[in-house]
Design a protein around this ligand. Structure first.
Ligand code: MN
Length: 200
């Protein structure tokens, strides 16, 4: 029961000029595909093979002997989630229930945006910045390398990949410029709202 890479939900050039087709080509076509290939190779013929990837992530997160399975499983799922967090003509502000909840929990959308930018900019080295629902409260969190908020019992609503492979071809060392472009032009608030309504 190999884990399948989901189809990219848009054309590889449709996030331009903020993320190039070249970056998507390597990121989706090489990095993400390789995590999935490695994951499937590691679990083939083991009891993990029959389990949903979320269960494998939770089962291996605290097991140092299974760090390879965890890293590849978490990166496979993180990226499958990440592609849906971006959309052509995205960005702007959420509406409806999620917008009201952001105002309630962060004070304002601008304050939320500052927190997300700060988390993405200050994650030291590779990792992710996330909007999560944690016991009924929205929070911004950052995780290192392959780590996911799922192992802290939090529900991811949106994420930004801050590994260098996500932006280096387009922005080189300017991670904050990449993050600002993603927030202002690409974030998929419909996807985040659907995740919020399903989890609340
Ligand atoms: Mn990535």
């Amino acid at each position: 029961m190999a884990y399948q890479q989901p189809a990219l939900p848009y054309a590889d050039n449709s996030l331009e000029p903020y993320i190039s087709a070249n970056t998507i080509g390597f990121h989706y076509g090489k990095h993400h595909a390789t995590y999935i290939k490695n994951y499937n190779g590691l679990v083939e013929g083991t009891p993990f093979d029959a389990k949903p990837i979320e269960e494998v992530i939770l089962a291996t997160a605290a097991d140092a002997a299974k760090v390879g399975v965890f890293n590849n499983a978490a990166q496979a799922l993180n990226h499958s989630f990440y592609w849906n967090c971006l959309t052509p003509n995205g960005g702007g502000t959420p509406t409806g229930e999620l917008a009201a909840k952001i105002d309630a929990d962060f004070g304002s959308f601008d304050k939320f945006k500052d927190e997300l930018k700060n988390a993405a900019a200050t994650q030291f080295g590779s990792g992710w910045a996330w909007l999560v629902l944690d016991n009924g409260t929205l929070k911004v969190v950052k995780t290192g390398n392959a780590q996911t908020p799922l192992t802290s019992g939090q529900t991811p609503l949106l994420c930004i990949d801050v590994w260098e492979h996500a932006y280096y071809l387009d922005y080189q060392n300017r991670r904050p410029d990449h993050v600002a472009a993603v927030i202002d032009h690409l974030l998929n608030w419909k996807f985040a709202t659907d995740n919020y309504l399903a989890a609340k």
